[in-house]
Write a protein that binds this ligand. Structure first.
Ligand code: ADP
Ligand code: MG
Length: 399
């Protein structure tokens, strides 16, 4: 799960991390009220969307020479004008895709006199099974470009989970940022605070770009992105409450209500499968037969009628879907139970596209009989290859 910059800053400030003051705003009035609570004379109006690259982004509705999604303002009046121009409009950045994202929230924050910009992020590194801190002196830029053009300017420090964060990790971070004196000490302290926050909040990723040194010698977090391990959210109701569903794909939101792992893709064959590995194999074999999957969908081990019906509805609400392939392995869940679920769901949603079903596992013959006797035009398949060939042929025939 992702959250907005202002929310991430609220969380980080609880760990004592240096953040410029700021206020979130949903309207021009709130933006003005927020600015009035800041000392001035320099303010920054920042679009809050779940994507980076806002500063260099472009608003679809504004002239091409209009400013982007991070704007400096030298007075309350300028804050007001920027807020009015940004709210409700669509910002396109390198991370939003061409459709862009509508700006519904702003963050009004203190303008900072920047001496230097740095980069610092943390991820769970699957290769080492440890939390990695990635630091670079090249802040404020696209880190992908830095990694590509000047990889020697990026330092990665991994932290052994058993020993935890040690003073030498902090020194390594400060050294990689080429900081000396008090700034060096601040960087060591910040690295520990960030590590503590990352672990305590069950983060998946935490990126600070830029981390800045101010002209009066302070290290401040100017921009931050945070994402969380969804499996751990039950431990953090305060974080869960920060979810902004308007930033997510509506079908993925609907799927998450039923605990279905759903990801929309570009093809025309909807897939309903149990188990992530089987779902991947099903997508592969559809491609092997010259077609493309419309989605990844794992209904999980305990797929019951309610889940299967919800899954059908989600797949069919995608106008690109021209056929559905159900590929279920009945292990703990028996094939006859699944077949009953499929028949009931197909009736309930008034199925309008070809449906191929491959069942295998416990009580498979009972399951096949239920499908065959249902009176519905369900095409049975014997194995994965047969199922993929049949759904591709059915869709071609229907077209
Ligand atoms: P994004 O990464 O989405 O473009 P940032 O918050 O990183 O958004 O802002 C882009 C740039 O704007 C920063 O690299 C920094 O130079 C400048 N900036 C952002 N916030 C402030 C601030 N509070 N004071 C001064 N400059 C800022
Ligand atoms: Mg940034």
């Amino acid at each position: 799960m992702n959250i907005h910059e202002y929310q991430a800053k609220q969380l980080l400030s609880k760990f004592g991390i240096g953040i410029p003051a700021g206020h979130a705003a949903l309207s021009v009035d709130e933006a003005v009220a927020g600015a009035k609570q800041l000392p001035g004379p320099l303010y920054v109006v920042k679009a809050q969307i779940h994507a980076g690259g806002r500063g260099k982004g472009k608003f679809v509705e504004l002239p091409t020479d209009a400013k982007g999604g991070v704007r400096l303002a030298k007075s309350i009046e300028e804050v007001e004008a920027h807020a009015a121009e940004m709210l409700g409009n669509t910002l396109v950045t390198i991370q939003t895709g061409d459709a862009g994202k509508q700006v519904n929230r702003l963050y009004i924050t203190d303008g900072v006199d920047i001496a230097s910009e740095y980069y610092l992020s943390m991820v769970v590194d699957r290769a080492t099974g440890r939390i990695a801190m990635i630091v670079s002196t090249e802040g404020g830029m696209d880190i992908e470009d830095v990694a590509h053009n000047t990889p020697e300017k990026i330092t990665t420090i991994t932290i052994d989970p058993a020993a935890g964060f040690m003073p030498h990790h902090g020194r390594a971070v400060a050294f990689a940022l080429k900081l000396s004196g008090d700034l060096n000490k601040q960087a060591q302290k910040l690295a520990r605070q960030l590590f503590d926050a990352f672990v305590a909040l069950d983060c998946e990723m935490l990126e600070i770009n830029p981390l800045v040194e101010t002209i009066d010698g302070k290290l401040l977090v100017l921009d931050t992105k945070m994402s969380f391990d969804s499996n751990a959210l039950y431990r953090h109701p305060d974080v869960e409450a920060m979810r902004d569903e308007t930033e997510e794909d509506p079908m993925e939101v609907e799927a998450s209500k039923y605990d279905l792992a759903y990801i929309k893709l570009d093809g025309n064959i909807g897939c309903m499968v149990n188990g992530a590995g089987l779902a991947m194999a099903t997508m592969d074999i559809i491609k092997l037969n010259g077609a493309f999957p419309a989605n990844f969908l794992d209904v999980g081990g305990g797929a019951n009628k309610e889940k299967v019906t919800a899954a059908f509805k989600i797949i069919l609400s995608d106008p690109a879907v021209e056929g559905i392939l159900v590929n279920i392995f009945g292990g703990i869940m028996r094939c006859d139970t699944i077949a009953e679920g499929i028949v009931a769901a197909a009736r309930e949603v008034d199925l309008s596209v070809p449906l191929v079903v491959r069942l295998e596992g416990t009580n498979v013959q009972l399951g096949k009989d239920i499908l065959a006797n249902s009176g519905l035009p369900i095409v049975p398949a014997d194995d994965l290859g047969d199922a993929a060939r049949k759904i591709v042929a059915e869709v071609k025939q229907a077209a």
